[in-house]
Write a protein that binds this ligand. Structure first.
Ligand code: AMP
Length: 293
């Protein structure tokens, strides 16, 4: 795969490293530690950049698998987009390099791992916790949209948790840098808005829909349009068949916010800055932006 190498991480590393910007990364620059997890295309390891002692997560992707699945273009786009984003709730991509068989992504280390596992453990989150996460995601998405980046794949599996408990959007595999309306079908069905399921044009308000789905899942433990068959999920999304179970008990204010995000007409969804001003978010989200348990 012919992607160019990037400069060294210029932030959070010692000055002697950042001054050496023309040096290309190689595996020899890192001490490799324990495996952090396994993805579809390779493995992720804890690693330490030798000269700065900066701890990172090194994602190792096998070129052959990327080629087989025809995702080289998608990866290039992901790297291009994520490496230019700087936000406390977006996982940093410091750089990348490759050898004959593998592509290596140098990522910010998210010490508390996957949010998905936390949600599985707790079944569902408290309103304080959910609101704190939704507020930080709304801020991260406002930042992305300001840079004309639409994420398009917001879901618990793509969220990691940093050492302080802060949420980090981690996967930009389906994101696009766009000034135009898009038509591509992508993402996981449960989180897709009606306009993407129906493959009609979509814009940044797809992320508002996904945030609404996520808010529901945080509070109820399941996504709102889940069904046994794909075709039923599809139908429920298109009809916006939104039901609030009686258990767990969720406040009327939370349901109001969800109902304002899960609106079929994209132009009528609550804008992200209004999500931040919603009474449920104001009353429940931790002002520090971090859920501390
Ligand atoms: P992925 O290939 O991105 O799905 O990553 C596989 C697994 O590795 C994830 O499910 C996480 O448990 C772990 N992981 C990936 N990236 C990081 C990171 N930056 N920090 C900590 N753990 C990570």
């Amino acid at each position: 795969m012919a992607i160019a190498t990037e400069n060294r991480p210029e932030e959070k590393v010692s000055p002697q490293v950042s001054s050496n910007e023309n040096k290309r990364w190689t595996l020899n620059d890192f001490d490799i530690g324990k495996p952090l997890g396994r993805g579809k295309f390779g493995h992720v390891y804890l690693a330490r950049e030798k000269r700065s002692s900066h701890v990172v997560a090194l994602k190792v992707l096998f070129k052959i698998q990327l080629q087989k699945s025809q995702v080289e273009h998608q990866l290039r786009r992901e790297v291009e987009i994520q490496s230019h984003l700087r936000h406390p709730n977006i996982l940093r991509l410091y750089g990348y390099f490759y050898d004959q068989k593998r592509v290596y992504l140098i990522l910010e280390y998210a010490a508390r791992g996957e949010l998905y596992k936390e949600l599985q453990k707790c079944k569902y989150f408290s309103e304080r916790r959910a609101a704190t996460y939704i507020a930080s995601l709304a801020r991260a998405l406002i930042y992305c949209h300001g840079k004309h980046v639409i994420h398009r794949d917001i879901k618990p599996e793509n969220l990691l948790v940093g050492a302080e408990g802060e949420l980090k959007i981690a996967d930009f595999g389906w994101s696009v840098h766009t000034f135009n309306r898009r038509r591509t079908m992508c993402g996981t069905l449960d989180y897709l808005p009606p306009e993407m399921v129906e493959s009609v044009e979509h814009d940044a308000s797809v992320d508002i829909w996904s945030l609404g789905v996520l808010c529901y899942e945080f509070l109820y433990g399941l996504p709102p349009f889940e069904a046994k068959e794909h075709s039923d999920t599809y139908r429920r999304i298109v009809q916006v068949d939104l039901k609030f179970p009686s258990k767990p008990i969720v406040s009327a204010a939370a349901k109001d916010l969800i109902s304002q995000m899960l609106v079929k007409d994209p132009s009528k969804r609550l804008p992200l800055h209004k999500v931040l001003e919603h009474p449920w978010v104001i009353q429940n989200a931790d002002p520090s932006g971090v859920y501390r348990g």
